[in-house]
Design a protein around this ligand. Structure first.
Ligand code: GDP
Ligand code: MG
Length: 405
């Protein structure tokens, strides 16, 4: 895109956090305090995203809390959101999924704003949680760090304005732009098939303007847009960057995270779909593996100087020595990045994160369940399990040396 045609667009925000810390309640509180209820325009349908207005500026919220959607988007190469709001309950503090969310956001290089939720509770302990956050790399700005931590009560709808303010502050410091007249593309937020209506998809327009009658391809699904609604269920003819819309007209159900694009005509669209279907078949025939050997090849081809690792171990206590040994290896020319070090077996979520970041999963005294193995197979992620620490570090050391030879 010509930089001169880029104009400011609303930031896209996703909400992550540990279960029960208040993601859904917060999304509801934001929606109700700031979305003017519009008249329904012929369809009453849940749409997986909404926008709110604060000081005359729009903010787009993805209404699907949870890491799955966010990571699925990243695994397919889409930037899921501009900003992550991390919900942390002030009475419960940093929990496993909080750390996982931090790892996801960091890997995606998306800035994090912390919504310190449930501050209404008598057992809330904000200072304790701030210390925990600092230990996890999110140092509060009041302690000279660069993470904004906003106390809120989603339940009592307190602090919501402050949170919106913080989002606009962070987004103003970024360069969030798109060309409303450029190539039309975006991401599928969610989609399903409905009786009588056919496929209904929530799309996030990220560049250009999507119009009624446009022919789009999303993944291996295609079709002409025959109805389009905004998040207030109002009929729309045109939607610009950062606008979430609900559309009808696709042939099949695309996957969340699929990228969509507009094509000139049916023939072009069909050719793209056919090619993708063939590619998918070929991929299944030869699943590429993100093995150490393959990373070595990528290194030789000058494609990477980084070895991303995701570490799982039986107990917290065995993580520390492994991490510190791996960090020692970091003196080499290749950067060793540990995306996440957690106690527990290798899960589907771990594999998703690894796939999105082209990382290798290392396990010490743990197993990988069937679902995780299956996903690893499909996404071409390598899982290496060890029961002796030095074997693990030795392998990585060898790989690093190999890479440098
Ligand atoms: P999620 O799993 O992160 O989506 O969490 P939910 O939004 O479902 O909230 C989990 C529980 O915490 C529910 O019982 C909510 O009513 C409660 N909750 C959420 N926010 C607050 C809050 O600000 N204060 C209090 N006291 N409870 C809250
Ligand atoms: Mg929820």
């Amino acid at each position: 895109e010509d930089p001169r045609s880029l104009v400011k667009r609303p930031p896209v925000v996703t909400i992550l956090g540990h279960v029960d810390h208040g993601k859904t309640t917060l999304l509801d509180a934001i929606r109700h305090s700031n979305v003017a209820s519009g008249e329904a325009g012929g369809i009453t349908q849940h749409i997986g995203a909404y926008q709110v207005e604060h000081h005359n500026q729009l903010i787009t919220f993805l209404d699907t809390p949870g890491h799955a959607a966010f990571t699925a988007m990243r695994a397919r190469g889409a930037q899921g959101a501009d900003i992550v709001v991390l919900v942390v309950a002030a009475n419960d503090g940093v929990m496993p999924q909080t750390r996982e969310a931090i790892a996801h956001a960091k890997a995606a290089r998306v800035p994090i704003i912390v919504a310190l939720n449930k501050v209404d509770r008598p057992d809330s302990n904000p200072d304790f949680v701030k210390r925990q956050l600092a230990e996890n790399g999110l140092v509060p700005d009041e302690w000279d760090g660069d993470t904004m931590i906003v106390p809120v009560s989603a339940k009592q709808k307190m602090g919501i304005e402050d949170l919106l303010e913080a989002i606009l502050l962070v987004s103003d410091s970024m360069d969030i732009r798109a060309n409303p007249n450029g190539k039309v593309l975006g991401t599928v937020i969610e989609a399903q098939v409905e009786k009588a209506k056919g496929v209904i998809a929530t799309l996030l327009v990220q560049n250009g303007s999507l119009e009624m009658g446009d022919i789009i391809v999303a993944g291996t699904s295609m079709g002409r847009i025959r109805a389009m609604f905004d998040y207030r269920n109002r009929k729309l003819r045109k939607a610009g960057p950062s606008m979430p819309v609900l559309v009808m007209g696709l042939s099949d159900v695309p996957a969340a995270g699929d990228i969509f694009q507009v094509y000139k005509n049916d023939r072009e669209a069909r050719a793209v779909v056919e090619e993708r279907k063939t590619q998918a078949q070929n991929r299944q025939a030869a699943v590429p593996k993100a093995t150490l050997e393959q990373l070595f090849e990528r290194y030789q081809a000058g494609e990477t100087r980084e070895l991303c690792l995701l570490l799982k171990a039986d107990v917290q206590g065995s993580l520390e020595p492994i991490v510190s040994e791996l960090k020692d290896l970091n003196k080499s020319e290749i950067k060793v990045t540990i995306l996440q070090a957690e106690a527990g077996n290798v899960s589907e979520n771990d594999v998703m994160l690894a796939a999105a970041s082209k990382a290798i999963v290392l396990g010490f005294n743990v197993t990988a369940d069937t679902a995780a193995r299956r996903l690893a197979e499909a996404e071409g992620v390598s899982i290496r399990l060890y029961d002796i620490i030095y074997r693990l570090t030795e392998d990585i050391e060898k790989a690093l040396k190999g890479m440098l030879e």
